[in-house]
Design a protein around this ligand. Structure first.
Ligand SMILES: [Ca+2]
Ligand SMILES: [Ca+2]
Length: 324
């Protein structure tokens, strides 16, 4: 009998030890889980802090844009055009930059009615040719059909009603660059940056740096700003035969930004005829890009705004938040 009792208590001891070991394991597991939860919580908290910081950086940049004292002239030497960087005491660093839409050619210009010397179609065709695209006519025709209200054309609904994922052109101004990539002939390849290797190459332009998609339906095309537009953009807007005039415009604005178009048109009467109606000295639409980073995480803001040319008030057209 005593032997059996000893065996039982031995068994009880083993069970108790197993329970202790299990309990210890559970405690360790719970501890690890709590630490993981705390880490996830901290990471979520940081994400939210970065989201707020990026939005604040974008808003501050827009304040500076609204405070611009000269609304009749916009150039790259103005306060709003300078990228801003901050390194805050809490370890968050932010960066924000404002760019005017006038320094680019807007794809949606093609959807606006036109009463200028050179229409949006001609300008886009020349720009794309200048950027080495010799198939531009097909792409511009397809984009025109994609955005115009009617259903008459080669690249309308029937054209896209093929394959496993048929879709239809929206027949309106586009809202996002991703929509542009659905147009026949457009692909990410078209927008790959092209560093200029030969400065004299007449077809060495960079379409990725010369165009933009302003997410806004337009009554008239957004004018190109002669004070901020790049050489490629000015070449596109003035036509491929105006290389000398474009070079002189760029040299002259280095000395002093154009305050009126009259001063430029007097200096270059030959370009006045082609640029009339397509260019301006100020911009009304701007893009702000902002970024906040800390501990290897970052959050971004991309917003399009319209600035009232009389009051300077800034109105948001599109506000996108993201990561990376
Ligand atoms: Ca200004
Ligand atoms: Ca159409």
């Amino acid at each position: 009998m005593p032997r059996r009792s000893a065996a039982r208590s031995g068994m009880a001891l083993i069970l108790a030890l197993a329970a202790i070991a299990l309990g210890g394991g559970l405690a360790l597991y719970l501890q690890a889980r709590a630490a993981a939860l705390a880490r996830a919580e901290r990471s979520e908290l940081l994400r939210e802090r970065l989201r707020v910081a990026a939005a604040e950086a974008a808003r501050e940049a827009l304040w500076i844009l609204a405070a611009d004292e000269d609304l009749a002239v916009d150039h790259l030497g103005e306060d709003w055009a300078r990228p801003r960087e901050t390194n805050r005491a809490d370890g968050v660093s932010t960066w924000a930059v404002v760019e005017d839409a006038g320094r680019f050619i807007n794809w949606n210009n093609l959807a606006a009615s036109n009463r200028t010397a050179r229409d949006a179609r001609e300008i886009l065709l020349d720009l794309m040719m200048f950027c080495g695209d010799f198939d531009a006519a097909v792409r511009v025709d397809a984009l025109q059909d994609f955005m115009d209200a009617d259903e008459e054309g080669t690249y309308e609904a029937d054209f896209y009603r093929v394959g496993d994922a048929p879709y239809a052109p929206p027949n309106r101004a586009l809202w996002a660059p991703a929509e542009l990539l659905r147009v026949h002939g457009f692909s990410a390849e078209l927008f790959r940056p092209r560093p200029r290797t030969d400065p004299d190459d007449p077809t060495g332009g960079d379409l990725s740096a010369a165009t933009v998609l302003v997410p806004q339906p337009l009554a008239a095309p957004i004018p190109v700003n002669v004070n901020t537009a790049s050489r490629d953009v000015l070449m596109g807007v003035s036509g491929l035969r105006q290389e000398d005039a474009v070079r002189q415009i760029l040299a002259l604005r280095q000395v002093q930004p154009f305050e009126t178009l009259a001063t430029m048109f007097t200096a270059y009467p030959e370009v006045a005829a082609v640029l009339e109606g397509s260019v301006g000295t100020a911009s009304a639409v701007f893009r702000v890009r902002a970024r906040a980073a800390a501990d290897g995480q970052h959050r971004t803001v991309l917003a399009w705004v319209e600035r009232d040319p009389r009051t300077g008030d800034v109105r948001i057209l599109q506000w996108l938040e993201g990561e990376g």
